[in-house]
Design a protein around this ligand. Structure first.
Ligand SMILES: [Fe+2]
Length: 159
């Protein structure tokens, strides 16, 4: 036997100090955890809560071809999403400091992630021919969705 000095004992990791992409990737890889929660709803993308605690929510989303979020932000939440399978397209819209309305298109491949935070207005869409799956992590406000519409002159406007 030997004595372990108290100051050498590692504290349990605080999951909120882990980058949200890392959390999303860990959940995405753990199919046993969510495969029974997969549903495809013909009316809209399907969302299943995987985990909720005081600091974060983790959701599984399943998308049929053509299903989309509409333009939205997540209030004060920050987080990330990871594409598990299928082809999701993210359109990010913002007004630049010089007043121009900018729209960026991102097509994260399977296993790739996107991050978001307050003021980040985007739309996610399954434009592929097959169903898609993604894992989403939301912190500091949960899965808040606030709708926007796009004014071509002034940029995204809350609906
Ligand atoms: Fe979103």
């Amino acid at each position: 036997m030997f004595a372990v000095p108290e100051n050498t004992v590692t504290r349990a990791e605080n999951p909120l100090l882990r980058h949200p992409v890392r959390t999303a990737l860990e959940f995405a890889a753990d199919r046993e955890r969510w495969r029974n929660l997969l549903r495809y709803d013909p009316d809209e993308r399907y969302a299943a809560l995987l985990e909720r605690d005081a600091g974060q929510e983790v959701w599984l989303l399943s998308w049929l071809p053509g299903q989309h979020t509409g333009l939205h932000d997540h209030g004060e939440s920050t987080g990330a999403f990871t594409v598990v399978s299928g082809q999701l397209t993210e359109t990010v819209t913002r007004r630049a400091p010089d007043g121009r309305v900018l729209t960026e298109l991102h097509t994260p491949a399977t296993g790739q992630s996107r991050v978001f935070g307050p003021g980040y207005v985007h739309e996610v869409r399954n434009e592929g021919p097959d169903p898609a799956i993604s894992v989403h992590v939301y912190r500091s406000g949960g899965r808040t969705l606030r709708g926007y519409h796009l004014d071509p002159l002034t940029g995204p406007v809350p609906s």
